[in-house]
Design a protein around this ligand. Structure first.
Ligand code: NAP
Length: 333
C-alpha cells in the first residue's frame, strides 16, 4: 500500500496571461490507508479540458473557486487498489474529478464505475464531458432539423468533432472551422464533415459564405473572438447560435471585445444562447448509451491524444491552447 503520493498543487492564478510551469507545484505528500467506507485509488489517466484554465484563474462561478495550494482540479480514471466500501472492489475502474494526484482517498460518493465495453478512456473522451457537451449543446440548444446547415468552430477538437458527426446523423450538412490542413483533412475524410475551413490559411468569412450559401442554421461556437464574428456574419433566418466555449480568450485571459456582428441576430431573427453541460447531469447515462451506440455502429469517429508521465501534466494542459492536441487530450500515468 503506498504511504506517499505525488500531487500538483495550484501555485499561482494565471490571470491576463497564458499558463506557465510556475503555476503548478509538484509535491509529495503522505497518504493514509482507507478508513471505513473509503477506497484508495491509483490514477491511470488524466483528462484535460480548456475550462481548467478558467478554474485556475477563478473566473468561473459555476464551480467552487480554486485556491493556491489546492490539488489541481481535473477529471481522471483511476483503479481501486484498496476498498472498504461495499460498492467498489479492488481492480474496479472509476471516473471522477479526483485531480492531479497519483493516488486519492475517496468515500466513493462522486465516483462513476466504468462499465462501457469500449476502451475505458472513452469515458473521458467521446462518452465523457466533451461528447456529452457536444450532444447537449447541439440538440438541446442548437435544435437542428434535417436539412439544416450546422457550422462548428474548434471543429477538429474533442467536442467539435462530435458536434459535426451528430449533426450528420441528424440529417444536417456540417461545415467545420479548424487550424491547419491536417485537421481539416481529418474532418472531411474521417469525421464526415461536408466541408472544412482552415482558419489559419483561408479568409474565414468568405469561406463560410462559399460553404454555407443559404447561411448557417445552427452555429456551434467553441472559439469566440474574430471567428464568432465571421460566423455571425453568415447566419440564416431563424438561426440558433450556441455558445459552448471561447478558447481564443483562454490563453491570454483577457476578455474579448463583444461580438461586432450581433445586430445580425436582429436582422436574421436569430437567437444566441450559452449553456453549461452539467445542467443535464441526470440525462448523462442515457446520452452515453446513445453515443456508445453510434460509435459501435461506426457512425461516430473519435481521436484520443494520449501523452505519458505524471510529471508532464502541466505541459499536456498547454497543448490545448497551441492546438497540438489531436482529439481528446489525455495523459497516461
Ligand atoms: P479541444 O477542442 O479538443 O481542444 C482545444 C482546441 O481549440 C485546440 O486543439 C485548437 O484547435 C483550438 N484553439 C486553441 N486556441 C485557439 C484560438 N486562439 N483560436 C481558435 N482555436 C483555438 O477542446 P475541448 O475540450 O473539446 O473544448 C472545446 C470547447 O468546448 C472549449 O471552448 C471548452 O471550454 C468548451 N466546453 C464547454 C463546455 C460547456 O459546458 N459549455 C463543456 C466542455 C467544453 P485548432 O488547431 O483548430 O486551433
Amino acid at each position: 500500500m503506498p504511504t506517499a503520493t505525488r500531487q500538483f498543487l495550484l501555485n499561482a492564478h494565471p490571470r491576463g496571461r497564458g499558463i506557465e510551469d510556475g503555476d503548478f507545484k509538484l509535491v509529495e505528500t503522505e497518504i493514509a490507508d482507507p478508513g471505513a467506507g473509503e477506497v484508495l485509488l491509483k490514477t491511470r489517466w488524466l483528462g484535460f479540458d480548456p475550462a481548467q484554465k478558467g478554474w485556475m484563474e477563478n473566473i468561473a462561478d459555476y464551480v467552487a473557486p480554486m485556491e493556491i495550494g489546492d490539488v489541481m482540479r481535473g477529471s481522471a480514471i483511476s483503479e481501486v487498489i484498496a476498498s472498504n466500501n461495499p460498492k467498489f472492489s479492488t481492480g474496479d475502474l472509476v471516473m471522477g474529478s479526483t485531480g492531479w494526484t497519483e493516488h486519492h482517498l475517496s468515500d466513493g460518493a462522486e465516483l462513476t464505475k466504468i462499465e462501457t465495453s469500449l476502451s475505458p478512456t472513452t469515458m473521458l473522451s467521446v462518452l465523457g464531458t466533451t461528447g456529452l457537451t457536444a450532444y447537449c449543446g447541439l440538440f438541446k440548444v442548437g435544435r437542428p432539423m434535417a436539412g439544416d446547415t450546422v457550422l462548428v468552430s474548434g471543429a477538429a477538437g474533442a467536442t467539435g468533432s462530435v458536434v459535426g458527426q451528430l449533426a450528420k446523423i441528424a440529417g444536417c450538412r456540417a461545415v467545420g472551422i479548424a487550424g491547419g490542413p491536417e485537421k481539416c483533412e481529418w474532418l472531411v475524410k474521417e469525421a464526415g464533415y461536408d466541408a472544412a475551413i482552415d482558419y489559419k490559411a483561408d479568409n474565414v468569412r468568405r469561406q463560410i459564405k462559399e460553404h454555407c450559401p443559404r447561411g448557417a442554421d445552427v452555429v456551434y461556437d467553441n472559439v469566440g473572438g474574430a471567428i464568432l464574428d465571421d460566423m455571425l456574419a453568415n447566419i440564416a433566418t431563424g438561426a440558433r447560435v450556441v455558445i459552448c466555449g471561447g478558447i481564443s480568450r483562454y490563453e491570454t485571459g483577457n476578455l474579448p471585445a463583444g461580438p461586432k456582428n450581433y445586430f445580425n441576430l436582429i436582422f436574421r431573427r436569430a437567437s444566441m444562447a450559452g449553456f453549461i453541460v452539467i445542467d443535464w447531469t441526470s440525462e448523462f447515462p442515457a446520452i452515453r448509451k446513445r453515443l456508445e451506440g453510434f460509435v459501435k455502429e461506426g457512425k461516430l469517429a473519435y481521436q484520443e491524444d494520449i501523452q505519458h508521465g505524471f510529471e508532464n501534466a502541466p505541459a499536456t494542459l498547454k497543448r490545448l491552447f497551441t492546438g497540438a492536441n489531436r482529439g481528446k487530450q489525455l495523459l497516461e500515468l
